[in-house]
Design a binder for this molecule. Sequence first.
Ligand SMILES: Cc1cc2nc3c(=O)[nH]c(=O)nc-3n(C[C@H](O)[C@H](O)[C@H](O)COP(=O)(O)OP(=O)(O)OC[C@H]3O[C@@H](n4cnc5c(N)ncnc54)[C@H](O)[C@@H]3O)c2cc1C
Length: 404
Amino acid sequence: MKVHKALISGASIAGLSTAFWLGKAGWEVTVIERAGAFRDGGQNVDVRGKGREVLRLMNLEDAVRERTTTEEGTVFVNGKGQTVGAFPVEDSDGMTAELEILRGDLARVILEALPQSIEIRYGDWIERVENGGEHTQVELHSGRTETCDLLIIAEGVRSKTRDNVFADGVSRRELGLNIAYGTIERTDRDDRWWRWYTTTGRRHVSLRPDNRGTIRAMLAFTGRERNLADLSKDQALAELRDIFTGAGWDSDRVVEGFASSDDVYFDYLTQIKMPSWSKERVCVTGDAAWCVTPIGGGGSSLALLGGYVLAAFLSQAEADDPTGIRAALDRYEKWMRPVIDDAQSLPPGIPNLFYPQSKAGVGTVRTFIRIASFGPLRRLASRMGHTARSGQKLPEIRLAHARV
Ligand SMILES: Cc1cc2nc3c(=O)[nH]c(=O)nc-3n(C[C@H](O)[C@H](O)[C@H](O)COP(=O)(O)OP(=O)(O)OC[C@H]3O[C@@H](n4cnc5c(N)ncnc54)[C@H](O)[C@@H]3O)c2cc1C
């Protein structure tokens, strides 16, 4: 009997989730990853909504729960570290979700659960794609050539293969927001809350606990024609020093901490928009297809979900039906499109409204937070964390030996 063959490029949440399910559906799957080894890095991400449903179907919910960052809620503080408004974990999906985990831990949990048949090759990437007819042929940097029924690009927001294959079919919406993430030392003053500090000059500082005894810090700013991700690390750190030194609360500590942290990561938030997520025998998934950015929220949940939905429709394609894969890609797109449109549509003024320039603006934001943190309003405000939601039922997946 003919077995379908997939090549997946990118071994993070989207690529591994797709590999997990396609492998279970009986496809022959190879994953290639540009990095020389599995990437363990990354800061706090969460699993919400339909992403959680997928995690449960994978039987990995407990494994994730055992590795959470143990965050107890989100609190907004003033320049002295005093509470402006607090949002404790009250349900699975508040500002702090019940399942908060480091990105590398989530990726590793999926990696370790992959069906044994899946081959992962590190340190290789695609140089050329020939897409047409009933197969796709790919030339790899290593000199190997691969032929597959479907190439799945899961290379993240800055995917090169996506840009080569889809060219004009990729557009970007820059949100004008720079974020620097990094790990710093924990001190006695740190607790188990995600602490947010908003200050003048359109700047934010945040500190989050992790399960390693360190603190995950973030410096974010808008309103400057700057993309720190384009600078060298030293230049970007010098910019951060200029912008955040003396900004109040723990900003100096974070600036100093980043100077000696070896995992500082710069992101210039960019949504990816594509009118179509597939072209003949190539498709995209995860951030490469629809990056929603941390402002839209739920990037990891959507990557988990996208992998399942894609594999579920593909599993329904009969191996001897030449139109089956194309039909599955259309159904994947139809299912995922409203979920992504919802995550990418930001209310007017977001993110700038929450990044005020003046003291008066900061006062307004704090008043808003103080009011929102009371009683029923608190639950309403926490709904801002509701992402990766859909009224649609997950499509059924045909597994090689059983059904889910
Ligand atoms: C190391 C790392 C750290 C991160 N840290 C954070 C964070 O702190 N906070 C946050 O909100 N999000 C972070 N993210 C992004 C987050 O993982 C994604 O938003 C989300 O989980 C969706 O994942 P994805 O699999 O679509 O893309 P990504 O997680 O971006 O993964 C893409 C994968 O493809 C690989 N890749 C890229 N180009 C190629 C290529 N040409 N050929 C082969 N492989 C390629 C990358 O090495 C990576 O492993 C991080 C991602 C990575 C890779």
